[in-house]
Structures are given as structure tokens and as C-alpha cells.
Design a binder for this molecule. Sequence first.
Ligand SMILES: Nc1ncnc2c1ncn2[C@@H]1O[C@H](COP(=O)(O)OP(=O)(O)OP(=O)(O)O)[C@@H](O)[C@H]1O
Ligand SMILES: [Mg+2]
Length: 234
Amino acid sequence: MTVPEPARTLTGVPGLDEILYGGIPRNNLVVISGDPGSGKTCLCLEFLYYGAVKYNEPGVYISLEESEEEIVGFAELFGWDIRAMMKNRLISIVTVELYDFDKLKNTIEDEISRLHAKRLVIDPGVVFRLYFDRELDARKRILSLGRMLKRIGCTAIITNEISLDKTTSLFGLEEYVADGVLLLYHTKLEDRFIRSIGVLKMRGTKISERLHPIRITKDGIKILANQELFEEVK
Ligand SMILES: Nc1ncnc2c1ncn2[C@@H]1O[C@H](COP(=O)(O)OP(=O)(O)OP(=O)(O)O)[C@@H](O)[C@H]1O
Ligand SMILES: [Mg+2]
């Protein structure tokens, strides 16, 4: 007897669905951990943008720091007309000041149901952990958020920050809730950095176990799924 394949959310991000062997299993909650400027926000926006244009799946962007204007402006640098999609209720951006977790959870639930959203981004999700004094509280609250997203049927990405040298990495949020963890890295090689991505885990699917180089260009982020990390510089 063959085990049925889980339904997938295709990210549409070039190369990413390949290294996940067919996309993110539906309703997974995925943490993207990356060092500063590694492309976390870019990848999140691209996930929502392609979700809307390629798959007609509405998405909600919960911003815990940046304003709507800043996010729209960032997307426009890559040629993504998020405003038009906001008009068509395919994308919504909500800036939330995190001072009451239950209120935040309600806002997320309401906005997802208003758009019939299938995708959710929370960026920078690292703020969650800073909000709670006790790890146990953070763990409980974030678990309940994860359960709520599964119940309403939404595939989510939450961003997390790690330091460049990785010695003081802020791992933690991942352990609490994530069904999947993607790592975005700057790897130092001689006199330059190489951008790369790795899949640390993804429940419900086979994954690539290699680090893959990524490119950020005027068209957004893309993963060179078939290229070895240091191949290009040999
Ligand atoms: N057209 C482009 N070509 C090359 N690189 C670009 C281009 N546009 C943006 N970038 C780079 O892509 C990166 C995108 O960063 P992004 O904001 O997504 O990272 P982040 O991980 O969210 O950062 P932070 O830690 O500040 O939240 C920046 O370092 C920026 O310089
Ligand atoms: Mg960012």
C-alpha cells in the first residue's frame, strides 16, 4: 500500500519547491531563520506575491515592525505590484504592535477569514519571543497560534533572526512550534559572502540535505536548486 502524498502549498519561489520535493506540506508552520539582510523579508513577500499571481491564493502579511508603505515600496523594487493585489483582496498587509498576544491572534484569524487566505507571513516573527518573559508562556502561545492556523487551513511563514557568526544564534522559536525550518545564510569564503539556503526540517516531506546558493536580483530571490554551494567560485 502506498502512503498518500500530503497536499502541498507551492511557494512559486524559483527553486524552493524543488528543494522541498514539491512545496510546503499544506498548513505547515515554517520558520525562516536568517542573519541580517539574508533575504527573509524578500522571500516572504515573494511567497505571497506568487501565491496570488500564480495560484490565486490570497495571503496575509502581518508586519510587526514595518509600515504598509515600507513593505509595498520594498515589493515594488522587485516589480511586484502589491497595491493592485491589495485592491483585489489577494494580499493584505497588517501592521500590528505586539502588546496583546490574544488580540494579535484574533487579528490574524479575522484577516485570514476576510480574505479567505491560504498563506500567512509574520515578519519579523522574532519579536514574539521578546514579548514573553517566560519561555513556557511563549511556547504555549505560539503553539496555540500554530493550532489555530492548522484549523483554519493556512500555510504560514514566520521569520526569525540569527547572528552572522551563528555562535549566538537565537534558536528557540523553531523548537516551539515549527513544522519546518529554512535557514538563510551568508557563508564567508575568502574575501566575499555567498548567500545560501538550507532546509533544516520540514514535516511531511523529503528534503534536500544540501546548502544551495541563492541569488537576489531585481526580480527577487531565487534558489539555484541544482548547483553546489561553492561550485560557482571554483
Ligand atoms: N536588485 C537587487 N540586487 C541584489 N540584491 C538586492 C537587490 N534588491 C535587494 N537586494 C538585497 O537583498 C537583501 C534583501 O534583504 P531582506 O530585507 O529581504 O533581508 P532580511 O533578512 O529580511 O533582512 P533584515 O534582517 O534586515 O530583516 C538586502 O541585503 C538587499 O541589499
Ligand atoms: Mg526583514
